[in-house]
Write a protein that binds this ligand. Structure first.
Ligand SMILES: NC(=O)c1ccc[n+]([C@@H]2O[C@H](COP(=O)([O-])OP(=O)(O)OC[C@H]3O[C@@H](n4cnc5c(N)ncnc54)[C@H](O)[C@@H]3O)[C@@H](O)[C@H]2O)c1
Length: 285
């Protein structure tokens, strides 16, 4: 059901690769809620993925940009404003990738050039988008900017690797830039910390299915789906949340506030003799 929450608003959405992408669901719902949309992704993702298909479906403009390139971002923001005939009301940063995870490097044996790439793609790109937007004065007063995060920013999760460091940085950028952009333009900047979700990026994480299952069983409301995440993003882009800024907002069915559930306690009581903290020579991954 649509509520016209984004009627007349203009949104720029990064990261819709295919139907599973969280950004894909956000774009579809934003359109349903009355927004006009620009979609963007890397040139490779545009070739390999389905962003262009989504663009046709929504009547959205698709503009290629690598979010780590200032030149690409400048072009993207200028072209978006031309397309909209004005400034942008909301931006979704839905970007994450770790070359260390892709190449199977253990967290205690990181390739540091690849670590810098992880941080650049998954966190610094958020700063680059904000800084470039500010320089071009591309975001409308009372605009809303969101990035998607994960609880591994605060707590240690097996297999999340250097993405945990990237997410910590991402959340910090939302606070630091939220202060500057809020004071100057009333632009709010937040991160949504989403449950594990079966997407292309998600399934790259080691032991992802177990993470998903654990989250689902541990959370009183169960994991939040990509569709539900999109609903939350829409509310955050709407005028109903104008004074929410510099926050990391957990959207996880209650997972982040849980310690031990009855179900986990029962499982624990059955004994964990077969469990081990050591796997394939990696201790405490
Ligand atoms: N899937 C999960 O379990 C989960 C949980 C919490 C948070 N998140 C976060 O949600 C966001 C979206 O991920 P998703 O799960 O929808 O997966 P996804 O794979 O569908 O989306 C990731 C996107 O990042 C894009 N991207 C990669 N490098 C880029 C670059 N240099 N410039 C621009 N775009 C680039 C990819 O092309 C892709 O569209 C990510 O930040 C991810 O970390 C995901």
């Amino acid at each position: 059901m649509a509520y016209n929450l984004l009627k007349g608003k203009r949104g720029l959405i990064f990261g819709a690769l295919n139907e599973d992408s969280i950004a894909w669901k956000v774009a579809v719902k934003a359109k349903e809620e009355g927004a006009s949309i620009v979609l963007t992704n890397t040139p490779v993702a545009l070739r390999m993925g389905k962003t262009n298909e989504l663009g046709e479906l929504l009547g959205a403009k698709v503009i290629p940009a690598d979010a780590t390139s200032i030149e690409d971002l400048e072009n993207l923001l200028k072209e978006s404003m031309e397309f909209f005939g004005g400034k942008i009301d909301f931006i979704l940063h839905s970007i994450g990738m770790s070359p260390n995870v892709r190449k199977g490097h253990h967290y205690s044996d990181l390739d540091y050039d690849l670590l810098l790439k992880t941080l650049d793609i998954s966190a610094v790109s958020f700063h680059k988008i904000l800084q470039t937007s500010r320089k071009l004065d591309a975001i409308e007063n009372w605009g809303s900017v969101l990035a998607l995060s994960y609880i591994a920013a605060q707590r240690t999760f097996f297999g999340y690797n250097d993405m945990a460091d990237a997410k910590s940085m991402l959340e910090s950028i939302a606070r630091s830039f939220g202060y500057i952009y809020g004071r100057e333009r009333n632009v709010r900047i937040n991160t949504i910390s989403q449950s594990p979700t079966m997407t292309t990026a998600g399934s790259g994480i080691k032991g992802f299915e177990n993470l998903l299952d654990f989250g689902d069983r541990m959370s009183p409301l169960g994991n939040a789906s990509a569709d539900e995440c999109a609903d939350y993003c829409i509310v955050m882009f709407s005028d109903l949340t104008k004074k929410v800024t510099m926050q990391n907002l957990f959207h996880d069915g209650g997972f982040s506030s849980m310690g031990m559930s009855l179900r986990a306690m029962d499982q624990y009581n059955k004994g964990l003799e077969h469990g081990s903290e050591s796997h394939n020579d990696h201790i405490y991954d």
